[in-house]
Design a protein around this ligand. Structure first.
Ligand code: CA
Length: 233
């Protein structure tokens, strides 16, 4: 099936360029020129990925991102002219999987789109030893690998596909400390240098959903100067 990309972009030229170029790489494109109608267009078109401009008239990309995250874990790549790190944090905290800065390089954008779509189409059903698993435990959580669900007792924990893959990657190797670069490679599918802040912000988002006290995490812990691991010892 042809993956469908929703482009939310108010600059006519860029919107038209993307709607011409992306189909040549095998994507179907739906466009929307403002933030106010983005949620409805999203609901109507059910895209596989959203390219979401940050600065939109009326309702900005951050607000749109938050709205969509309330109803869907669809991969969202924020497109931003901003490079300030506080702004980037805000965008990622709103639930975006990733961001690209304008003006962007087509090759890099395509690599990120491919990686994000690959990530959602399947969290790997087998671990790195090639063994298939139905469930993986991490602390009080049970990860249903096939159903992409996380449970704490009877309660379902709602994670995006990215957050699920991040948690699963850590849970499968409970003794291993993962560097941020390794997580970018294993979770985001990036084989090139990317921004390690992506990892920090998504770990924080994940903790806010799974930890009793996100400031004092027990399920996903930080190993200073190295990275992250499952558990506390
Ligand atoms: Ca704009």
């Amino acid at each position: 099936m042809t993956p469908k990309i929703l482009v939310v972009e108010d600059e006519d030229e860029l919107r038209e360029l993307l709607s011409l170029r992306l189909p040549t790489f095998g994507y179907q494109v739906i466009t929307c020129g403002d933030g106010a109608s983005a949620l409805q267009v999203f609901k109507d078109s059910e895209p596989d990925l959203i390219l979401l401009d940050w600065q939109l008239p009326g309702k900005n990309g951050i607000e749109v991102c938050k709205e969509i995250r309330e109803i869907s874990g669809v991969p969202i790549i924020m497109v931003t002219a901003r490079t300030d790190s506080d702004d980037l944090d805000t965008g990622l905290r709103a639930g975006a999987d990733d961001y690209v800065e304008k003006p962007f390089d087509e090759g890099k954008l395509l690599a990120r789109i491919r990686a994000a779509i690959k990530r959602t189409s399947r969290a790997p059903l087998t671990n790195t030893d090639g063994e298939s698993e139905d469930v993986v435990r991490i602390g009080p959580l049970l990860l249903d690998v096939v159903g992409h669900e996380v449970r704490r007792g009877d309660e379902k924990v709602s994670l995006t596909p990215l957050e699920f893959t991040l948690l699963l990657t850590l849970a499968r190797k409970p003794k291993k400390v993962f560097s941020r670069e390794e997580l970018l490679e294993n979770v985001w599918n990036y084989s090139y240098k990317a921004d390690t802040r992506l990892v920090n912000v998504h770990i924080q988002r994940l903790r806010s959903k799974i930890e009793d006290d996100p400031d004092n995490p027990k399920i996903v812990t930080t190993v200073r100067g190295v990275g992250y691991k499952a558990g506390t010892n």
